[in-house]
Ligand binder design. Structure first.
Ligand code: MLT
Length: 268
C-alpha cells in the first residue's frame, strides 16, 4: 500500500486486527525485513510495517534527511490510518527514530520495543565513518554498501551457513537509491544524544539485543534497560545486529509476549 505524506510517497503494509504494532526497520534495509514477524503476529495483532523515507518502495528524494522528519512521516501515516496510539518496534536506526518520535509525540506511544539500538549520539569517529560511507555510496553504488554492511549486520555463522538470508539482506540494501543511503547517513550523524530522554520514558519498554551484536552491543542495551524506568531486557543467543532475521522465532515470541501484556493491561 502507498500513501502521500509530507510531500512524498510512503509505502507500508497493514495486516491483521487488534493492538496496532508499528515496525521501523534498520539502515539500509526496508520493511520486508519484518516479514517473519508479520507472518507470526498478524493473527493476533494489527501489524504495520513502513518503508521509511529513502528506502524500499518509498520515495528517496535528493534533499536533507533528519530522523525528526522520519518520525513526522510515521506520525502522518498513523493519522492517515486513524491510529491514535500504537506499540512500536524499532531496530537500530528504527530505534533512533523511535527516540525522535517519543520526544515529539509521547502520547501516541503505548509501548516501545528498542531492538539492537543505542541512545548515545555518534562519536566524531562515527560521524567521519558515515561521511566516508556516503562517499562510497556515491562513487560505487549500493552494492559496495552491501559489501561493507553485511559483516556488520549478521554474525559470521549466519554469513557462512545461511546464504539465502545473506542474499535477502543484500537485495534489500541494493534496492536502495543513493539519495536514501546518503540521506540516512547524514540524518544518523546529526542525531542528538537520547541518553537524557531515557529516564523520561514512562511507557512500558522492552529492550532486545542479539548477544553477538557488535554494531550496538549488549552493553548499550543494558545501559538503556538500566535508565528506562521498569524496562525489560532480552538478550537473544545466536543473533548479531539483525536479531529479528537471525533468530526470527525468538524475536517474534518476545514481541508477542510484550504486546499481549500491553493489550491485557489496557483491558484491566
Ligand atoms: C542500522 O542497523 O540501522 C545501523 O547499523 C545503525 C547505525 O549505523 O548506527
Amino acid at each position: 500500500m502507498h500513501t502521500h505524506v509530507n510531500g512524498i510517497t510512503i509505502a507500508y503494509s497493514d495486516r491483521g486486527a487488534g493492538l496496532p504494532i508499528v515496525f521501523l526497520h534498520a539502515f539500509p534495509l526496508n520493511r520486508t525485513m519484518w516479514e517473519a514477524q508479520e507472518y507470526a503476529l498478524s493473527s493476533q495483532f494489527r501489524i504495520i510495517t513502513i518503508d521509511l523515507r529513502g528506502h524500499g518502495e518509498s520515495d528517496a528524494p535528493l534533499w536533507r534527511y533528519t530522523l525528526d522528519q522520519s518520525a513526522h512521516d510515521v506520525r502522518a501515516l498513523l493519522d492517515h490510518l486513524a491510529i491514535q496510539q500504537a506499540m512500536f518496534v524499532g531496530l537500530s536506526m528504527g530505534g533512533y527514530i523511535l527516540f525522535a518520535f517519543y520526544r515529539k509525540y509521547p502520547t501516541r506511544v503505548k509501548g516501545l520495543i528498542l531492538a539492537d539500538t543505542r541512545a548515545q549520539a555518534d562519536t566524531e569517529e562515527g560521524k567521519e565513518g558515515r561521511f566516508q560511507m556516503a562517499q562510497t555510496a556515491y562513487k560505487k553504488g549500493p552494492a559496495a554498501i552491501a559489501d561493507i554492511m553485511i559483516p556488520k549486520l549478521l554474525s559470521p555463522a549466519t554469513v557462512q551457513t545461511k546464504p539465502d538470508l545473506v542474499q535477502q539482506v543484500r537485495a534489500m540494501i541494493e534496492g536502495n537509491q543513493i539519495s536514501g543511503i546518503a540521506g540516512d547517513l547524514m540524518a544518523m550523524a546529526e542525531r542528538p544524544d537520547s541518553v537524557p530522554l531515557l529516564s523520561q520514558i514512562t511507557c512500558p519498554t522492552q529492550i532486545i539485543v542479539g548477544e553477538l551484536d557488535q554494531a550496538t552491543p549488549p552493553s548499550d542495551a543494558k545501559f538503556m534497560a538500566e535508565k528506562i524506568p521498569g524496562a525489560r531486557l532480552a538478550i537473544i543467543p545466536g543473533a548479531a545486529h539483525l536479531a529479528n532475521l537471525e533468530q526470527p522465532d525468538t524475536f517474534s515470541r518476545i514481541v508477542s509476549s510484550f504486546a499481549s501484556d500491553l493489550a491485557m493491561n489496557a483491558k484491566s
